[in-house]
Design a protein. Structure first.
Length: 91
């Protein structure tokens, strides 16, 4: 593994942890409520953290570690599982 990939994976790991923290804050304080330090709504902060993750995903694609096709297959597989095992797709 080259140094760029190693660094990208480390940063991705940290960014995923930050997404977890922000999801917790959205659930605890409300997605529309503002963060006490930044003044940004928690949904905006979540969007920012997810954007950081997507930037690292792009780098991993650039490094040929993952592919768009592979990601699309994985996304569809997850949606199929959610249709079976969650209430997200109920009408």
């Amino acid at each position: 593994m080259n140094k760029r990939v190693e660094e990208a994976l480390g940063i991705l790991q940290e960014e995923c942890a930050e997404v977890i923290v922000e999801v917790s804050k959205c659930r605890r304080f409300g997605i529309e409520n503002k963060h006490y330090k930044s003044g940004l709504a928690h949904k905006k902060m979540l969007e920012n953290e997810l954007g950081d993750v997507l930037a690292l995903v792009d780098i991993l694609i650039e490094e040929s570690i993952i592919t768009h096709d592979g990601l699309n297959i994985a996304k569809q597989a997850k949606k199929d599982k959610l249709r079976l095992w969650s209430n997200l797709y109920e009408t």
